[in-house]
Design a protein around this ligand. Sequence first.
Ligand code: NAD
Length: 245
Amino acid sequence: MGRLDGKVIILTAAAQGIGQAAALAFVREGAKVIATDINVSKLQELEKYPGIQTRVLDVTKKKQIDQFANEVERLDVLFNVAGFVHHETVLDCEKKDWDFSMNLNVHSTYLMIKAFLPKMLAQKSGNIITMSSVVSSIKGVVNRCVYSTTKAAVIGLTKSVAADFIQQGIRCNCVCPGTVDTPSLQERIQARGNPEEAQNDFLKRQKMGRFATAEEIAMLCVYVVSDESAYVTGNPVIIDGGWSL
Ligand code: NAD
């Protein structure tokens, strides 16, 4: 028996990184996963796993989200993974960068919750997970102005949903990782003038001397989406190798 037997779990940004690792961990535990993303080819690779159904979804598009919500009969868990890491201080963060990150990291989470929460309320049960970071209201990090702002907002949104709907059987928690070795982290390292130096800079801030793996984050997510965490709500659940100590 799996810990998530029979649970219907919807994930955004599931084609790679933490979202993909979580989707795979959830089906291993018996869940039925609807994995969504905008990356059609990478998403299709997930279809070979029994228990995973895929659907193309751009979380910045309200129409697409509402259409998707209309197609879903019931769900136990909504996991909003989509997000983007912009590197700059407030002085260098242009309005277009600010708007892009606020839209993808915060507004999309608001749209997804607004579309799917009514179904959970009708069922009198539901579990919403959002994706924050320790780079948020938890820890100040250089060159992450709009990213930190968005991830702090996600914590606020999480607590607000948890507080408003606790008596209707709804839980809402956010996962707050440190630095995770995912394709986008590698892209950010490669994009720097000297990738080797960039990799070392990233590693220098890791108190354990290494990055987290996406699988380590996924295993925490299994706990948060399972009934074993039934008493946990409104929490920023930190997994950062001691970075925020
Ligand atoms: P990633 O950045 O490697 O992949 C992101 C995925 O999001 C891609 O598959 C991409 O196609 C998808 N995506 C982008 N725009 C989208 C849109 N508009 N609609 C739907 N999907 C879209 O993944 P990651 O590094 O695992 O990050 C996932 C989440 O975890 C993000 O919210 C990120 O901020 C957060 N996070 C990551 C780290 C880290 O170090 N990697 C640390 C803390 C938090």
